[in-house]
Every structure is written in structure tokens, then in C-alpha cells.
Design a protein. Structure first.
Length: 289
């Protein structure tokens, strides 16, 4: 990776590693989930953007091809992430006929589907490119929780899907699937230090106060693992974080700022009240003269 390459400008259309807070966690987690599955594999990163994810999986893969429709993004990726087993090409991910059939063991398509009208065409192309035993990982926002409920509009998304639509789209092409939910959560974590045994467990406190097992949260995104043959062993739960705890650090910083502002407001209110009493005393003295 070349540290001297200037960062690609963030326009909202594609992620850059210089982004912070929620969006950084969401995007990096997908590639962190994919990296162990890429070990020794031929990988296609379709719509690779500025290239950070391709470079991450290339650290363990046999080879990685990153494709993006943006000439600027590809030029940036080539300059920033040059390494022997990683190459970048400009291409439309809905038109991949130039690539040989069954030539990839792992295909990644993150933050792509919702930017396209020709979603079925893209997925059909991925099906053709998957080698026997190959795996596709594809993400999409949940339209209900991403757009409808918060009444949010992403101008770069042209076709968002509800969960039922996403699953139906995949079911027509891939007989073997596992659907993951993704959302940045505020969690307290417990992990065993003495042995790598047991299964993951989770508990969620409902608004009404009841405690339930599992991750009972409305998904913001889905990631589907799809294959033409039975799926490989996949984790039931995957956690991702950074050692600096950047989101938590930002949260603490904002809390400290708000607390400091609150203390300052209280001090000013006390000063105002003192001035009011002083003014009332002056006015009372004037009435008695």
C-alpha cells in the first residue's frame, strides 16, 4: 500500500477508508468477514471502489481482481494498493462476459446491488463466474429499516429491496444460501479467556423490559452467502471492531462536550438568576425612595 497516494474524495457514492464512525465499521466488517474465506482463493471484488477491501483480502488470497466502473477509482486503487497478486480493471459489473466462466472461487459484491437497476443481470453474471464449490457474498440495505422507517433517502441508491425481495432474487439463481443481518450495535461483550469452547450466545433486552435470547434487532443491512453447491462452514456470528474503539471514543468525546456545555449552561443560568435578583433589589430600593 502506498501511503503517499492522496485519499479519494468522498462524495457519498463510494466509501473511502478515511470515513469515520458508523460507515467505517459497516464497510470494513464485510471485508473482515470475507477475508478468512478468501485464503488461497481466486477472488473477484465486483464494484471494488477505491480498493481498500480488495487489498485486505489479497493479503491471504491466491489472487484478487478488483473491478469498478469508475476510471478515477481504478486509477486510485492501482496507485494506492499495488501488490503482486492484486490487479484492478475498469468494468461494468453487469457486463462481465469478457471474464472466463467458473474462474473465481469467491466473489464479493458489497454496496453494489442497490446502485443498479439490472440486479438480476449482475447476479446471473456472478453465477457464471463461480467455480465449482465457489461462494458469493453480496450485501444490500434493508429498505424497511434503512429508508422507510427513518424516512431517509440515499440519492445514490436506485433500487433498494425488502428482505423478501432480496431473498426471492437470490433464490432464483442460487440453491444454497445463508442470510446474515448486519447492524452497528452498542454491546457489552463477554469472552472466555481459558478455552475456545462453547457456542456464541447473545441476549437482548426488549423495550418492554423482557430479556430474550439472540440478536433481536431490526437489520440495517443484509449479507447473503450464496453458492451452487452446499455452503462451506460459515460462522453463525461474526464480530468486528478496531483496537482504538473509534466509534466509542467519538461517543465519549461527544458526551464530554455535551456535559461541559451543560455545566456551562447551568453556570450561566445561575449568573442570570443572580443578576435578576440584583436587578429586583435595585428596583425595590428605587420604589422606597
Amino acid at each position: 500500500m502506498s501511503e503517499s497516494t492522496p485519499a479519494l474524495e468522498f462524495t457519498g457514492e463510494r466509501f473511502t477508508p478515511e470515513c469515520v464512525r458508523e460507515i467505517w465499521y459497516e464497510h470494513y466488517h464485510r471485508y473482515a468477514f470475507a477475508q478468512p474465506l478468501a485464503r488461497g482463493k481466486r477472488v473477484l471484488d465486483a464494484a471494488c471502489g477505491e480498493g481498500y477491501g480488495s487489498a485486505l483480502v489479497a493479503s491471504v488470497a491466491e489472487s484478487v481482481l478488483g473491478l469498478d466502473v469508475s476510471e478515477q477509482a481504478i486509477a486510485h486503487a492501482r496507485a494506492r494498493y499495488a501488490q503482486p497478486n492484486l490487479r484492478f480493471e475498469q468494468a461494468d459489473v453487469t457486463a462481465l462476459e469478457h471474464l472466463p466462466a467458473q474462474s473465481f472461487d469467491l466473489i464479493l459484491s458489497f454496496e453494489t446491488l442497490e446502485h443498479l437497476h439490472a440486479q438480476d443481470t449482475m447476479l446471473q453474471g456472478f453465477r457464471r463466474l463461480l467455480a465449482p464449490g465457489g461462494l458469493l457474498l453480496v450485501s444490500t440495505p434493508d429498505k424497511r429499516n434503512y429508508t422507510d422507517i427513518p424516512q431517509f433517502h440515499n440519492e445514490h441508491h436506485v433500487r433498494e429491496l425488502y428482505r423478501e425481495e432480496f431473498e426471492a432474487l437470490l433464490a432464483g439463481l442460487f440453491p444454497h444460501r445463508r442470510l446474515y443481518a448486519q447492524k452497528l450495535l452498542f454491546q457489552s461483550a463477554l469472552w472466555a479467556l481459558d478455552a475456545d469452547t462453547g457456542r456464541p450466545a447473545a441476549a437482548t433486552l426488549a423495550r418492554e423490559g423482557g430479556l430474550s435470547e439472540g440478536m433481536a434487532y431490526p437489520p440495517l443491512y443484509y449479507i447473503a452467502a450464496c453458492a451452487l453447491q452446499p455452503l462451506p462452514a460459515l460462522p453463525a456470528l461474526h464480530l468486528f471492531g478496531d483496537a482504538e474503539e473509534s466509534v466509542y471514543a467519538h461517543y465519549n468525546q461527544e458526551i464530554r462536550k455535551n456535559m461541559a456545555a451543560g455545566h456551562r449552561i447551568q453556570a450561566l443560568e445561575r449568573e442570570v438568576e443572580a443578576l435578576r435578583r440584583q436587578l429586583a433589589g435595585i428596583e425595590g430600593h428605587g420604589d422606597r425612595v
